[in-house]
Design a protein around this ligand. Structure first.
Ligand code: HMG
Ligand code: MG
Length: 305
């Protein structure tokens, strides 16, 4: 099969990347990160989440961050909303209203309980009115599907679980879904099977890869998905991140690594790799570390010579 000629990258760094940081980060830093990402050519940015600040303190400044962004035309800003309380906060003021909300469920029962404190079935009941309310306001709806290949509590996850969750998401009106390897354990054939399962309910244009890179498989898994025709992917600048309810899981694949691979394959992303590396250096410096990206490290070293 021919590979896609262009790929849409959603940078989830400001949300997935930062949510797990113990030290509270200033809203101004998060806002500057979003500005740098959009200046680097990102056209979709997952900015924050409207979850309980008791569960995820780092995202407690959600409205402040959304209010502080100078929005650029053509950029889609999304936020996570697990329930109506989160949704209402996300749309409380027209200034902070996102273009898209994300409901997030799991293919694993145990992860659903740990992450959002309810069963898969209960989560769908909670998401349904959120989806309806979003659509009534002209806001797009994405569904994140966690643990589509492996779960920190249940181990390997069968594709039938993914098909089941995708069907439930479709049934409540979710418009597109993320096939997430939350703990980065999956290998390419497993990831392809998870996509095949999601594709039973969604089209190729409606599925998106979201790979954490814990076991170093994310680029191989991206290639496997590309070979199926998947052309939407999520990543975190500087390889930031992890999920607070997936112990030991590291960040998403670094956006820099993904962009380098895609450009090397002649696939368009619209992203300026140099500016992206600068955005990664900016946030890494703010966090007191170096970017967790092989490509960023290599190109920064090259700049220094
Ligand atoms: P709960 O305790 O079951 O909720 O939490 P509740 O309705 O019983 O309410 C309990 C308290 O939370 C109440 O406050 C509510 O007001 C408050 P209290 O009376 O105790 O002071 N509350 C909220 N506050 C702010 N915003 C809200 C909200 N809802 C209730 N929206 C809940 C349920 C989902 C809220 C909780 O479990 C939670 O916040 N979990 C955090 C989940 C999370 O953010 N996980 C990380 C993101 S998902 C992820 O990273 C995976 C992904 O990247 C894909 C992948 O890699 O797999 C997307
Ligand atoms: Mg994630």
């Amino acid at each position: 099969m021919t590979l896609p000629s262009k790929v849409k990258i959603i940078d989830v760094g400001p949300r997935d990347g930062l949510q797990n940081e113990k030290q509270l980060i200033d809203a101004a830093v998060k806002i500057e990160l979003v500005h740098r990402l959009q200046a680097a050519g990102l056209r979709e940015i997952e900015v924050t989440s409207y979850v309980s600040p008791k569960w995820v303190p780092q995202m407690g400044d959600n409205a402040q961050v959304m209010a502080g962004i100078s929005r650029q035309a053509g950029v889609l800003y999304s936020v996570l909303t697990p329930n109506l309380k989160g949704f209402e906060a996300a749309v409380a003021d027209p200034k902070i209203k996102p273009h898209e909300i994300v409901v997030f469920g799991a293919a694993s029962e145990a992860f659903s309980q740990k992450n959002i404190n309810c069963s898969i079935a209960e989560s769908i009941e909670r998401f349904a009115p959120v989806v309806q309310a979003a659509k009534a306001q002209g806001i797009a709806v994405r569904g994140a599907m966690s643990c589509t290949v492996g779960c920190p509590y249940e181990g390997e996850i069968a594709p039938s679980r993914v098909e089941y969750l995708a069907g439930l998401m479709k049934g409540i009106g979710v418009e597109r879904v993320d096939v997430a390897d939350t703990i980065g354990v999956g290998t390419s054939a497993q990831v392809q099977r998870a996509f095949e399962a999601a594709l039973k309910h969604f089209t190729m244009d409606q599925v998106c890869g979201h790979f954490h890179d814990t076991y170093g498989q994310a680029l191989a898994n991206t290639l496997a998905a590309l070979q199926m025709g998947v052309w939407n992917f999520q990543s975190s600048v500087a390889g930031l991140g992890g999920c607070p309810y997936a112990k030991g899981a590291t960040g998403n694949v670094a956006t820099e690594d993904l962009v380098y691979m895609l450009h090397g394959m002649g696939i368009e992303t619209g992203i300026d790799l140099d500016k992206l590396i600068d955005a990664g250096v900016f946030i890494s410096t703010a966090l007191g570390r170096k970017p967790n990206s092989r490509v960023a490290t290599a190109l920064i070293n090259k700049r220094g010579t």
